[in-house]
Structures are given as structure tokens and as C-alpha cells.
Design a protein around this ligand. Sequence first.
Ligand code: IPE
Ligand code: IPE
Ligand code: MG
Length: 259
Amino acid sequence: MPVDRPGPALMELIEMTTEDKLFEAIDAERLPAHVAIIMDGNGRWAKERGLPRSAGHRQGVETLREVVRYASSLGIGVLTMFAFSTENWRRPPWEVKYLMGLPQEYLYSELPELIKNNVRVNLLGDPRRLPGPARQAVEKGIEETAHCSGMLLNFALNYGSRQEIIRAVRTIGEDLANGKLTSAIDEEVFASYLYTAGAPDPDLLIRTGGEYRLSNFLLWQIAYSELWFTKTYWPDFKCRHLLQALGDYQRRERRFGQV
Ligand code: IPE
Ligand code: IPE
Ligand code: MG
């Protein structure tokens, strides 16, 4: 006799049970201080459903909403989300335009919740190239959450790690010339010139969508991060996937070059 696939209600119950089990397996005392996520696979998620790529980006915003809420409720200190790279400007104009509409869509609807959850918004990247409405939404998000002392939520938007490093080198050169910088340049000084200044390096880097590459994300900062890849497309990524990543992270031995 053929076995029926579990119906939606049963599937939901199975997933809830899995989530509970995964949650119980996490040690709240040893959470990563900083989790960085490359949200990838929106386009393929849509294509597989016969939908336009924009539908994947839209669903991706919903995943973002859930993951941010969940990470903050778990007590993650810093969450960095890769939303748009300096290379993503090379996409077709309609897609760039669509993606550049998402910061305002997310931030205006989510700001009350972010403030309620004490989440502070920050931007990694050059805001000058962002279209006005996107830039204004990000500025508003930063301003209105400036007093929040809970999770730091970094949006990497028009972000490229190589550009970030070049920018740091240039500013260091200027500050040496104008006397603002008088100390020797060591790792700590250099890191203070990056967009991530003041935040700990990511302990855990997650990439969804099945690609095993970094795509110009946080190259300096992830020197000793634990990397976690999943084939799951970003729109399908759920809190249980985050729990799975956190559990795997906690089972790894970080040696930092020692024995
Ligand atoms: C991630 O999904 C969103 C951005 C890079 C802005 P993609 O749009 O890259 O989706 P795929 O990789 O084509 O499936
Ligand atoms: C990386 O995804 C950038 C973001 C998730 C914002 P891409 O889809 O742009 O990366 P590549 O092109 O596959 O390397
Ligand atoms: Mg992609």
C-alpha cells in the first residue's frame, strides 16, 4: 500500500518537534557573539516555482523578518545580513530597482518591532550610491534605533569587502597625513577603520543557496569564522535552520592555530 506524504498539519507538527529538539540542544551560554549571513538563492527559489525573480526577493524579506526576530530573541549580539553587494549593481536594471525598494519596505514595516526588541540598525557599505528612498529608510532606521542596546543588526548594502579595505587604507593614509592617527598600524587599528569597527568578528558565517564562496563578503573579518553552508534557498530558510547552524557551530572545536 502506498504511504501518503504527511499532510500540512502533520508536517508542521514534525517541524515544530524538530525545532524544539534543536532548541534544546543549544547551549545558551555559548552562542556565537556575531553571526553573519549571506542570503542567497532567492532567484532560483522563484524560478523553480515558475515565478519572477522578484517573488523570491519578496519571500526573502519575510525570511529576513523571521530570522532577525528569532536571532534577537535567542540573544545573539551581532547579526550581519548581506543584502546587496557592490557587484549586484551589474544585474538587470529592473532587478536592481526592485532590490533597492526592499530596504524601505522592510524597515518601515519592521521598525516598531525592532525598537520593541531593542535592536540597533547599522549600515555596512557606502550609502551615497543608494537611491534616495532606500538611503532615507536606512538613515531613519539607524536614527530611530540609535538608543537600542540589544542586538546590533548590520545591513551590508552596497557592500564589498575589497572596497571596504581600500577605503580603510585611504582613510588611514589621510589620518596619518593630517595627524589624526599617530599610533602604529596594527590589526586593531586597521579593524577600527572598517565598517564593522567596534563589533567582534563573526564567529559563524552562514551562506544559503548552495554556493560555496564568499562573494566579496567580510574578507578581513572572517579570518577565523566557522563557515556553515546549506543548499536551502534563502526564502525557504527557517528558524530551525538557524538552530541547526548554531548547534553545528557549538559542536566544532575552534583552535585559532593552537593545538
Ligand atoms: C540573493 O538571491 C539576493 C541578492 C543577491 C540580492 P539571488 O538573487 O542571488 O538568487 P540566486 O542566487 O540567483 O538564486
Ligand atoms: C551574494 O550573492 C550577495 C548577496 C547575498 C547580497 P550573489 O548571488 O550576488 O553571489 P554570486 O554572484 O553568486 O557570487
Ligand atoms: Mg545569488
